[in-house]
Structure formats: C-alpha cells, structure tokens
Ligand binder design. Structure first.
Ligand code: BO1
Ligand code: ZN
Length: 262
C-alpha cells in the first residue's frame, strides 16, 4: 500500500508495506556532541541561497506535511550545495522543502540533539545533480542530501516565516496547493551559523525509506513564535491533523556521526 500514517500502530506497519524501512541505515536518530566524531571538514558551501526562489512557488498539503516545491520552468540555475561532508565534485540542487512538527511543545522534530526534541524540524531536500529527478536519485546511495533545521519557540514572530505561515490556512486538506503569496530565499530560513553541523548517512524518514540520504543537521535552532507554530498545528489532511508527523527514533547501529570542527 502507498498509504502510511504516523500513529504508533501505523509506524509499526511501515516495515510490512515498505521493506526498506527495516534497513540498518534508517533515520531519524538521536545525535550528541559527545558521541560524534569531530572532523576538520571543509565548510558547507551554499550557492544561490540569498536569491529569491523562482516563481511561481507552490505551497502544498501532501497529506503528511506541508511542502514547498521548487520547480524550474525557466531552466535557470537553482540553489545548490557542495563541500562539507559531501564527496568532492558532487553538487546537490534543491528539490523541495517540508516540515515535521508536534501537537505539543516537547515534540515535533525528527532528530534529537543532545537530548533535546525541538517543536519543529524543516528539511531542505537536495538531489545530486547527476540524477535527473528525485525519484531517480532515490535509487543511489549518493542520491540525496537533506539539510535539517530545528525550530525553537520564542515570543516574537520570525519575519522570514511570514510568507509561508500566512498561506498555511489556504491548504487545509490533502493535495490543496496555492501559489506562495510572496517570494522567499533559503538563506532567510537557515540558522545564522552554518559553520557547525552534524552529519551521518541515513534514509528518507518516510516510506519508502530509501537509504540514500547524507544528513546535515545544524545545531543552532531558528526561532518561531507560538502563533506561527499554532498555524502549522491547525493543519489537517481532511481526515487527521498533520501534527506529530515525525518518525520514531531509529537505531544508529554500526554507524558513526560526525560534527564539523573549526
Ligand atoms: S525526508 O526529508 O527524509 N523526511 C524525505 C522523505 C521523503 C522524500 C524526501 C525527503 N521523498 C519521497 C517522496 C515520495 C517518493 C520517494 C522516493 O521520495 O515523497 O513520493 O516516492 O523517490
Ligand atoms: Zn522530512
């Protein structure tokens, strides 16, 4: 079956319908500074992150999350990343971004960092440029890089989220989509400090759980207000609320996690 849910019972069924979900390189995992190997990695280079993403940008309720798809009608160069823990000469272009969040403040993020589960985690999904689309890239172990960004509650609104948050109410129900009302840059959604990051080899955190993802997780959270997070929390697919759309922690197994040392 193609359907999957996030309840405890539903997550147990993932492995029956999607065999890859029982692999040994699954995500998310718990990360800690003490258990990570500090490496003098090169900086992560982000190109085009200060440019507005090409219009029109669509915000869509996928039934599992809210997604901003970056399509490239004008065939211009899209934002991409390289360096860091990525293989030399490999460039990864943005495909889409989406969010995982909780119904309560003490849950929502997929990864845990030093024992902290944040109320929301954003994933900026990048595809290796040598592959033509996300579905192709998902068949190769160097196919995808996902940047993981934690959100932390604060009193004041995060101005950079205004465009996204103000359009959320228009995508109540699965497959509802609208054009984003104002342009956004990826840089405005990143933490100020991307010099430090954790990295490890893992998987898609949803079915089909392909083990093709180099994860890059920034320890510095980005702020979000209660008002803004509550708009995510009020989203539904028409049947269930989307909140608590995070996968349970997976075994780290024989893997190592790394942290960039300056
Ligand atoms: S995540 O960043 O690990 N949460 C993540 C999870 C799933 C996808 C991307 C990032 N993409 C999925 C698509 C499916 C497609 C699958 C394999 O990739 O949502 O539609 O079948 O290509
Ligand atoms: Zn995700």
């Amino acid at each position: 079956g193609r359907h999957f849910g996030y309840s405890k019972r539903d997550q147990h069924i993932w492995v029956k319908n999607f065999k890859l979900c029982s692999g040994k390189l699954q995500s998310p995992i718990s990360l800690s500074s003490f258990k990570s190997v500090a490496l003098p990695l090169p900086a992560l280079e982000v190109i085009g992150y200060h440019d507005f993403l090409p219009n029109p940008l669509y915000l869509k309720n996928s039934g599992h999350s809210v997604v901003i798809n970056v399509n490239n009608h004008l065939r211009k160069e899209l934002p991409y990343i390289f360096g860091g823990s990525l293989d030399a000469n490999q460039e990864y272009e943005i495909d889409h971004l989406h969010f995982h969040w909780g119904a309560k403040n003490n849950r929502g993020s997929e990864h845990i960092l030093n024992g902290i589960r944040y109320p929301m985690e954003m994933h900026i999904v990048h595809r290796n440029k040598i592959y033509s689309n996300l579905s192709n890239a998902s068949n190769y172990k160097n196919g995808l890089v996902v940047l993981g960004i934690f959100f932390q509650l604060q009193e004041e609104d995060n101005e950079s989220l205004h465009s996204i948050v103000s359009d959320l109410m228009c995508v109540q129900g699965i497959n509802r989509a609208i054009k984003l009302s104002s342009p956004i840059t990826l840089a405005s959604l990143l933490p100020k400090n991307i010099d430090i990051f954790y990295t490890y080899k893992g998987s898609l955190t949803t079915p089909p759980c392909n083990e093709v993802v180099t994860w890059i997780i920034f320890p510095t959270p980005v702020p979000i207000s209660f008002t803004q997070l509550n708009k995510f929390r009020s989203l539904s697919n028409g049947k269930d609320m989307l909140a608590d759309n995070f996968r349970k922690l997976q075994n780290i197994g024989l893997r190592k996690t790394y942290v960039r040392r300056l």
